[in-house]
Design a binder for this molecule. Structure first.
Ligand code: URA
Ligand code: SF4
Ligand code: URA
Length: 233
């Protein structure tokens, strides 16, 4: 068998080699721990489009958040968007409607988008976790870790040049950092060949007017970088 870049084929070859070595050493009982199976790279499923992906995962029960959900909130917008906005997780309104950012924070997000001349339908909007945390508590690190591969796959499929993380929770989860929002916001982070900008969560702006100026400056930077990218591609 020749060289392959297919991750499943590579994994298979590695496993075969390891098992053959064990056999050569006279070890004929093969034991694979549950832990090591869970650590194996998941085969990347190929989907025709986002709808097919959504249909495959919308009854997910992988983390405890499924218990309290009314509706699974996959994400909405342009499947070929060059900008994606990522929030933390559905709130009450989103959980009832099955759509991200439709409540009070969502209305403000629409205004922020309008301020930089974007319409909701041009961009893609999603969340770190796809089911509502009870009483709008922060999602647990374990819940985010379990759900994040779904967002990663959405990002791969949509292939946006820019990702705007809304608030600390989304930024820390996506960028895999514990740095505070103040250290993360306002500049572009290189991330998996994409540019990630972090800004305040619109719900924070509803409570703290004083964050509005910084947010305005952040999204202006995003618009400028987007325009430069469009002009050069
Ligand atoms: N807050 C979020 O982080 N996401 C939503 O979808 C709505 C509110
Ligand atoms: Fe599944 Fe994510 Fe919902 Fe948890 S939050 S049940 S991982 S879709
Ligand atoms: N920044 C945020 O994004 N949220 C807060 O609640 C406070 C600061």
């Amino acid at each position: 068998m020749g060289e392959s870049n297919d991750p499943v084929a590579v994994l298979f070859e590695m496993t075969k080699k390891a098992l053959n070595q064990k056999l050569e050493l006279g070890d004929t009982e093969i034991m694979i721990s549950r832990e090591s199976v869970e650590k194996m790279p998941q085969p990347v499923k190929e989907y025709k489009n986002l709808e097919e992906f959504e249909n495959d995962i919308n009854e997910c029960t992988k983390c405890p958040l499924h218990e309290g959900r009314n509706k699974f909130v996959f994400g909405v917008g342009n499947p070929n968007a060059d900008i994606m906005f990522v929030g933390e997780g559905p709130g009450r309104d989103e959980d009832l409607k099955g759509e991200p950012f439709v409540g009070r924070a969502g209305k403000l997000l629409d205004k922020i988008l309008a301020a930089i001349h974007f319409d909701r339908s041009e961009v893609y909007i999603g969340n770190i976790v796809k089911c509502r945390p009870p009483n709008n508590r922060d999602p647990e690190p374990s819940e985010m870790e379990i759900c994040l591969p779904y967002l990663m796959q959405q990002i791969e499929m949509i292939n946006p040049r820019f990702i705007c993380c809304l608030g600390r929770i989304a930024a820390q989860a996506l960028l895999e950092t514990k740095l505070p929002l103040g250290k993360l916001r306002g500049t572009f982070h290189d991330w998996n060949d994409r540019k990630v900008l972090v800004t305040y969560h619109p719900a924070a702006l509803l409570r703290f007017q004083q964050y509005k100026r910084d947010t305005w400056e952040d999204v202006q930077k995003l618009r400028k970088a987007y325009d430069e990218y469009k002009a050069s591609s």
